[in-house]
Write a protein that binds this ligand. Structure first.
Ligand code: FMN
Length: 159
């Protein structure tokens, strides 16, 4: 893992954004995410992502043992906005944005990405109301009861 590129994981994820992508039945779906983290757990380099139940990408993530996190240069900001505002249920987002998949990896890799983390799923858990210590977060972020699922994934390969 190139530590220099990820030394400021706060900005890398929250400001630069990333694509979370996974495969199901030979199909790939992807969505933009700006909430997440990188760290160390169970003796492994890990990433954490948080996915709401209504995301089409969640079906792909739940179907596969692997997912990818892809990071792009600023030139791709419009593409990231698109991937974060349209659903793969309604449009083939990858085709529409003219991204190209590289064959032969365990999770989707886009030719256009600057860096891709190939990640193996280790842990998934839906957030519950009871688990919130700061209850103010619930009306603010979960008025529709659409609690995120937390995924902790092992970063197996950096491309
Ligand atoms: C900047 C940005 C960050 C986002 N971060 C997240 C996130 O961390 N978790 C999440 O569930 N949705 C997040 N979204 C929303 C999804 O990307 C969006 O709902 C997307 O259209 C889902 O596509 P899908 O239905 O094809 O999965 C974000 C959207 C944007 C624009």
């Amino acid at each position: 893992m190139d530590i220099n590129e990820f030394s400021n994981a706060f900005d890398k994820i929250s400001k630069d954004w990333m694509l979370v992508s996974a495969q199901k039945d030979g199909k790939t779906n992807t969505m933009t995410a700006s909430w997440g983290g990188l760290g160390f757990l169970w003796g492994k380099p890990v990433a954490m992502i948080f996915i709401r139940p209504q995301r089409y990408t969640k079906e792909f993530i739940d179907n596969s043992n692997y997912l990818s996190l892809s990071f792009f240069t600023e030139d791709y900001r419009k593409m990231l906005s698109f991937m974060g505002s349209k659903s793969g249920r309604d449009v083939d987002k990858i085709k529409e944005q003219n991204l190209h998949l590289v064959e032969g990896e365990l999770a989707p890799v886009f030719e256009e990405a600057k860096t891709t983390l190939i990640c193996k799923k280790l842990y998934a858990q839906e957030m519950t109301k009871e688990s919130f210590i700061d209850k103010d977060l619930i009306p603010k972020f979960y008025a529709n009861n659409d609690f995120h699922t937390t995924y902790i994934v092992e970063i197996e390969k950096v491309i």
